[in-house]
Write a protein that binds this ligand. Structure first.
Ligand code: ADP
Ligand code: MG
Length: 688
């Protein structure tokens, strides 16, 4: 149960006075639903104003506060023309206050002729005339406090003004309780960090208050580290079961190739873990195409050799079916019973699968989350393999291992190359095995960056490609975006390509499609009936179509590099030479340019991931959330890199030494876990 002292922070915003459905809409768009969300929604900028007595004390470009008196109005000839208020300061110097767009009524009300007003805004020169466009505040003259010298600027959305959000932030700040300190006293002192309550206030007052910002980021990272370590410790104190295969099945696997050195090595690491009676918690990282499936299969066969069962969890229906087909082919002729279970299996088929799991006649189960539903009982599950784990949060990871009296060994596979820092940040409870070597004989994908104004050439190139009998992917970032968005909608793109290549040669898959519809399109693509598959990032993970040797990504600069790397990994799977075309907008920031250039220069996912983190350290905003580090609301990548090592050590000391003791620090850390909603781990805090 959440400590009562935190409850005011977790109240819904709509419970506050003055927050109705009208305001709730834009708030929700920003992810702001509870008081705490506003508290954690920190300003990203700061307007600093210079109060001046007279206009000639200010320079153009400065944001000033000044008292002026309106003398005249000037309306343009057309109603669309800007409306001007001609005013003078106390020395009689002239300034025009300009209002655009049918706001003349408002301007007249704000500035009655002959009356003095205090205004603030950016002073500009228009020719040699001073003007302020849309003064941001208008108040009574002489009231020193009416217009703030420093005003924080919040990330906003349509329908929400900075003033409104500032008010909400003030309400949220009012609700913040005094909390016991969870940071180790010497650390707090050495960094000169304020207490949590003060840090919150200071972080809202200025985005430049580094001590306050660092403290809050640290809190979040620390909470996350403690949670991961508690999970690890909690699992490790439960007794698992050592599994040792005798090799009769793995040796019988008929492979047209030998294992790579890296596959051998990670195979030994996994077998070593599984032999222990402490449950394995291991992540298997390997680039797309590095051969993780085979490694996982060998681990699962060891489980079967030992007379137990294994399960392979895939994030989507498509991937579950594909894994099932792949494994079935590899297992041909072996005495291993493989089954599949997804949310779509119903009735008799499902019943018989459930029976087979319960009586142990099914050895290996492949499926989506359906394989962990209440009704699914295993006779003896000893190994769970999760593919593409970044879609699964900590809570799901806990649930996975909760099945059965003895927790199974857990192996999670990911093709997302995760920089070491982020690995610790998001999956710190796991050991890591890396496949750092590709099977022999791969030709690296040829990557090119092309400006989108050459779209015609790209489509012609695609035409030649298809005419040669090869297939292609065409990836668009979003589906049916609003008209105002510049992002090409996948639906529009598909329509355009259909005009050129015919309806049947162009397929479309996107995230809003129903599973069976999506699978049907994928199946036609796999069978070669569809030439070009237009897709949103649903194809990101794992789909295997060797005849597809051209990947086109639109608005490539809007993707995370790790994501681009994954997409590129969809091609280069067959014998044909493969090409990846990254279409970019005409104008690009320097960082965006560098990021795309990096894709061209290297095929090494780990190099890309490390470099990407470095480039993003400066805080460039990305169009899409990066997978992997989306768990943090306050800490920036730069802060993660800088503060994680400290938080990691501190969390370890806390868990190992003080592990949940009922002392004051234990109580405080509990608060911290609830505050950052890492409380899935709280039951693991030993008490008493
Ligand atoms: P991923 O790591 O992306 O899951 P896969 O397991 O799908 O990669 O393997 C990609 C391809 O490489 C598959 O066709 C697989 O059969 C093949 N492969 C796996 N291991 C080797 C190896 N040691 N030598 C040659 N080919 C291999
Ligand atoms: Mg795979």
């Amino acid at each position: 149960m959440r400590p009562e002292i935190l409850n005011p922070l977790f109240a819904a915003l709509t419970d506050l006075k003055g927050v109705g459905p009208q305001l709730a809409k834009p708030l929700t768009r920003l992810g702001l639903e509870r008081v705490i969300d506003v508290l954690f929604h920190l300003p990203t900028g700061l307007i600093s104003r210079v109060p001046v007595d007279r206009l000639d004390q200010a320079q153009a470009g400065q944001t000033i506060i000044v008292d002026v008196t309106a003398q005249d109005y000037r309306s343009g000839r057309s109603p669309r023309a800007p409306f001007g208020v001609e005013a003078v300061d106390r020395a009689g110097d002239h300034v025009r206050l300009v209002y655009f767009g049918r706001t003349s009524g408002l301007a007249r009300k704000l500035f009655p002729l002959g009356e003095a007003r205090r205004v603030s805004g950016r002073l500009d020169l228009y020719g040699d005339m001073r003007q302020i466009v849309h003064p941001d505040h208008v108040a009574e003259p002489g009231d020193e406090g009416a217009i703030a010298i420093h005003e924080p600027v919040y990330p906003l959305t349509e329908g929400l003004t900075n003033a409104r959000l500032s008010q909400l932030a003030a309400v949220a700040l009012d609700r913040r309780p005094e909390l016991a300190e969870w940071i180790d006293a010497p650390l707090l002192a050495s960094r000169n960090w304020p207490a949590w309550r003060e840090a919150m206030e200071r972080a809202h007052a200025s985005p430049r208050d580094e001590a306050a910002r660092d403290r809050l980021a640290y809190d979040e990272i620390f909470a996350s580290q403690v949670a991961l370590m508690l999970i690890r410790q909690g699992l490790r104190t439960r007794k698992g079961r050592g599994i040792r295969g005798d090799g009769r099945l793995t040796d019988a696997l008929k492979l047209p190739f030998g294992l790579t050195g890296a596959q051998e090595r990670v195979g030994r690491e996994i077998a070593g873990d599984m032999a222990q009676d402490v449950p394995m918690l291991r992540m298997l990282q390997g680039d797309v195409g590095s051969g993780k499936t085979l490694v996982a299969l060998r681990a699962m066969l060891a489980a079967v050799e030992a007379g137990t069962q294994a399960a392979l969890l895939a994030p989507t229906e498509i991937l579950a079916r594909q894994h099932h087909a792949t494994l079935q082919a590899m297992l041909a002729g072996l005495p291993v019973n493989l089954a599949i279970l997804t949310g779509r299996d119903k009735g008799k088929v499902r019943e018989s699968t459930l029976m087979g799991l319960a009586d142990g006649s099914i050895d290996i189960l492949v499926g989506t989350h359906a394989i962990f539903q209440e009704a699914v009982q295993y006779r003896d599950l000893s190994l769970v393999v999760v593919d593409e784990q970044h879609r699964f949060g900590v809570a799901q990871r806990l649930m996975l291992t909760g099945k059965g009296a003895r927790p199974p060994h857990l192996l999670v596979m990911t093709a997302t190359p995760i920089p070491r820092t982020l690995q610790l940040a998001n999956h710190g409870e796991m050991d890591v095995s890396r496949i750092d070597e590709m099977p022999p004989g791969r030709t690296p994908v040829d990557t090119r960056v092309v400006s989108v104004d050459r779209l015609d050439e790209v489509v012609s190139g695609l035409e030649r490609h298809l005419a040669g009998g090869a297939q292609a992917y065409w990836v668009c970032p979003l589906v049916a975006e609003s008209e105002t968005s510049e992002l090409a909608a996948a639906e529009d793109r598909a329509a355009l390509l259909r005009e050129r290549f015919g309806d049947t040669r162009v397929g479309l898959v996107h995230g809003r499609m129903k599973g069976p519809d999506k699978d049907a399109v994928m199946a036609r693509f796999q069978a070669g009936e569809i030439g070009v598959l237009v897709a949103t990032t649903v194809i990101e993970v794992g789909v295997d179509v060797p005849a597809a040797s051209l990947m086109i990504v639109e608005h490539a600069e809007n993707f995370g590099l790790a994501q681009l790397h994954q997409l590129r990994g969809r091609v280069g799977r067959g014998t044909a030479k493969s090409v990846c075309l990254l279409l970019r907008s005409q104008t690009l920031s320097e960082t965006a340019r560098e990021r795309l250039a990096l894709m061209r220069e290297t095929n090494d996912g780990f190099v890309i991931a490390e470099k990407d983190l470095e480039l993003r350290g400066g805080g460039e905003l990305l169009g899409l959330k990066q997978s992997g580090d989306a768990d943090y609301r306050l800490a920036t990548p730069e802060q993660l890199v800088r503060l994680l090592p400290v938080a990691h050590d501190d969390a370890r000391l806390f868990v190992e030494r003080d592990g949940g003791m009922d002392g004051p620090r234990g109580e405080a850390v509990r608060l911290c876990l609830y505050l950052f909603e890492r409380d899935a781990a709280v039951p693991l805090l030993r008490s008493g």
